[in-house]
Design a protein. Structure first.
Length: 149
């Protein structure tokens, strides 16, 4: 029996796929638990509409990510850190601190999306890459300013 999966099912397929399974497995497990629907002409039309809506939503998300990337290019995050002689920094700036500073500027980015994960330990400007979308990577300028205190 051909069924359309409503969500991911281990060792069967992913959401939205049309798969061939045994009749008993389809009726007694997949359909009974709401994991799938039987593949009919009407259900295939609905699936096509859902995929079109999902593609439009994904395109919108990507466009928003591109706009955010353009905004990040223009901004510089300043961090004041204690430093000693010869510009040596005590401590560092982590991805968490970068994410918190962006949140203060109303840009919500998960710290796990920051690709350059090594703590920044040198004075001056450093470019940090951020994955905003699977196809869009933004760059943030992070500037460490030292103070001899």
């Amino acid at each position: 029996m051909k069924v359309i999966l409503k969500q991911d099912v281990k060792k069967v397929g992913k959401k939205g796929e049309v798969v061939e399974v045994s009749d008993g497995y389809a009726r007694n497990f997949l359909i009974a638990r709401g994991l799938a629907v039987q593949s009919t002409k009407k259900s295939m039309e609905i699936l096509g509409e859902q995929k079109a809506e999902e593609a439009a939503l994904e395109a919108k998300r990507e466009e928003e990510a591109r706009q955010t990337a353009a905004l990040l290019e223009t901004m510089t995050l300043d961090f004041h850190v204690k430093s000693g002689a010869e510009g040596r920094v005590f401590g560092s700036v982590s991805t968490k601190q970068i994410a918190e500073e962006l949140a203060k500027k109303n840009i919500k980015i998960d710290k796990k999306k920051i690709l350059d994960t090594a703590p920044i330990q040198s004075l001056g400007t450093t470019k940090v890459r951020v994955e905003l979308h699977k196809n869009v990577i933004g760059v943030i300028n992070v500037k460490l300013i030292g103070s001899n205190s």
